[in-house]
Design a protein around this ligand. Structure first.
Ligand SMILES: Cc1ncc(C[n+]2csc(CCOP(=O)(O)OP(=O)(O)O)c2C)c(N)n1
Ligand SMILES: [Mg+2]
Length: 188
């Protein structure tokens, strides 16, 4: 979902470049070089394939991250490459399915077991198992401080952003209602 949110809600316009990257021109007028990435056939390999693009930082969901846990073992093998910062938005499952119509038409337990597929993997322990630094953040302010900190470190970092499937679905509903209202106001 992080890449879809950037695509849909970032506060600027997106221009494609010839080398496969996108430039997001933010309202402040600063271009951000970005790339959206998928694995071999979906969420598989997202982490490993992101290293190719990543000269600064990447963002991914927790299930996509966990699906490619072996990708963590590749990090230390990247001799002579710049350090990688991976932001994992951890809502303990696949939050994207809560935005689909199926979320309203299947029993809660069925939806949770077969779509959200929650997990209780501790990302901190997983990172430490691969000797990768880990930092948990709980707010936007924490995230901003954490990014400033890790980019001074010259080391690989996993930044885990704690999130929730329900709060995320609620916030998307709010964004959609607000967008509809703004469009209606603009058209009248
Ligand atoms: C190999 C593969 N298996 C299953 C899927 C179906 N799928 C699409 S999104 C998704 C969940 C993604 O969850 P997460 O990475 O945590 O992101 P979130 O939706 O929570 O932001 C799954 C299982 C897929 N795309 N590819
Ligand atoms: Mg998730």
């Amino acid at each position: 979902m992080p890449v879809r949110d950037a695509d849909m809600y970032c506060d600027g316009c997106i221009l494609s470049t010839s080398d496969g990257f996108d430039e997001i021109w933010t309202l402040s007028g600063r271009p951000l070089r970005t790339a959206g990435n998928r694995g071999a056939s979906g969420i598989d390999g997202v982490l490993s394939t992101s290293y190719w693009f990543c000269s600064w930082q990447s963002a991914t969901g927790d299930l996509s991250f966990l699906h490619d846990t072996n990708g963590l073992s590749l990090l230390s093998k990247r001799v002579g490459r710049p350090p990688v910062v991976v932001i994992v938005v951890n809502n303990s499952g696949g939050g994207i399915f809560s935005l689909l119509p199926i979320a309203n038409s299947s029993p809660d337990a069925t939806f949770t077991n077969y779509f959200t597929t929650p997990h209780d993997v501790t990302l901190e322990q997983l990172s430490l198992a691969h000797k990768i630094n880990h930092r948990l953040v709980l707010s936007k302010k924490d995230l901003s401080e954490a990014l400033q900190f890790v980019h001074q470190q010259q080391a690989d970092w996993i930044i885990e952003v704690r999130s929730s499937v329900e709060e995320n679905a609620e916030y998307h509903r709010y964004l959609q209602i607000s967008s509809r209202k703004a469009v209606r106001r603009a058209l009248i």
